[in-house]
Design a protein around this ligand. Structure first.
Ligand code: ADP
Ligand code: MG
Length: 298
């Protein structure tokens, strides 16, 4: 069976200039391809916007490195629906993507008892909202991000001394959080889950002078063996998700001033899964996928 690995022009090899983090696409494909092949599954890299005919002989698609979906969210979900309607197993499924695409899901996780970062939600953010958030959180610095966003794109950080200009607008639904200083001190912690089970941990640190930990902003990663209390916090986030049975999930966490880890993102769409820090990733994912694709005997 052929398994599609959804990508985009910026991450696919051979389609023109590639993103600065396209090496992550190559690492993930290199981890997955042989592990899938060992189970009779052939990995095919494909642009998620390619003509539908190119998906005709795929039995399954992984959402892979479709890292340009955020500005075409409706088109992305429609494409996943179209693939599912053709009987292609979509991992993770369109309903999960619909739920996970807007960071408003964090409020739902908070309601279910997961530790989250305090957040103000707005349809639009300008100087007045930033000012009000600084006062509301009694914070010296806040982060403003898109509700539908990825890769730290279009994100801003403001301080009392460096407010946005009076005419500045986010231009879209956004969220405001207090800036968590732990991001600079110890970074962000990623917990990769395969088939609901913890697979490996990653500690991600920002480059000097930067607070976003993504590799595209110069961030770097190291293996991370979580303390039991920290792993339990991540597992509690998994338990708070309204879905069981996810092929993969990535829980990103940052420590609150009180010492507890809080969920920054529960990434169920197209997270990079850090095969370098989890050399078993390819095998675990291929094994779980092969199990799913096997029709149980009648
Ligand atoms: N409240 C915050 N405090 C400190 N750093 C933050 C905060 N929110 C986001 N960041 C930084 O910005 C990065 C991107 O934000 P995130 O919420 O993960 O959005 P996405 O990865 O979807 O763009 C984080 O990995 C972190 O480095
Ligand atoms: Mg993130």
């Amino acid at each position: 069976m052929k398994v599609g690995f959804l990508a985009c022009p910026g991450t696919l090899p051979g389609t023109g200039p590639r993103r600065g983090d396209a090496f992550e696409h190559d690492l993930e494909v290199a981890a997955l391809r042989p592990a899938l092949a060992a189970r009779g599954l052939e990995l095919i890299e494909v642009d998620w916007r390619a003509p539908l005919e190119q998906f005709a002989d795929l039995g399954c698609v992984l959402l892979g490195t479709a890292w340009d979906y955020q500005d075409r969210a409706a088109e992305f979900v429609a494409r996943l629906d179209a693939l599912a309607a053709r009987g292609i197993e979509v991992c993770n499924p369109p309903d999960v993507v619909r739920w996970n695409i807007d960071k408003g899901y964090l409020a739902e996780l908070a309601g279910r008892g997961a530790a989250t970062v305090p957040t103000l939600w707005h349809d639009e953010v300008g100087r007045a909202e930033v000012d009000a958030a600084l006062a509301h959180f009694d914070a010296g610095r806040v982060v403003v991000k898109r509700r539908v966003g990825a890769g730290g794109e279009g994100q801003h950080s403001f301080t009392r001394d460096a407010l946005p200009d009076a005419g500045w607008r986010m231009g879209r639904p956004a969220m405001i959080q207090p800036f968590l200083p732990a991001i600079l001190e110890e970074g962000e912690f990623t917990f990769v889950f395969v088939d609901g089970r913890f697979s490996h941990g990653v500690n991600k640190r920002a480059a000097a002078g930067e607070y976003r930990i993504q590799s595209i902003f110069g961030g770097h990663e190291a293996s991370y063996d979580p303390a039991p209390a920290d792993l339990a916090t991540a597992e509690a986030v998994m338990a708070a998700l309204p879905f069981a049975d996810l092929l993969y999930a990535r829980i990103d966490m940052v420590r609150l001033p009180g010492g507890e880890l809080a969920v920054m993102e529960a990434e169920l769409i197209e997270p990079y899964l850090y095969p370098e820090q989890g050399p078993q990733l390819g095998d675990r994912l291929a094994e779980a996928l092969a199990r799913r694709l096997t029709v149980p005997a009648a």
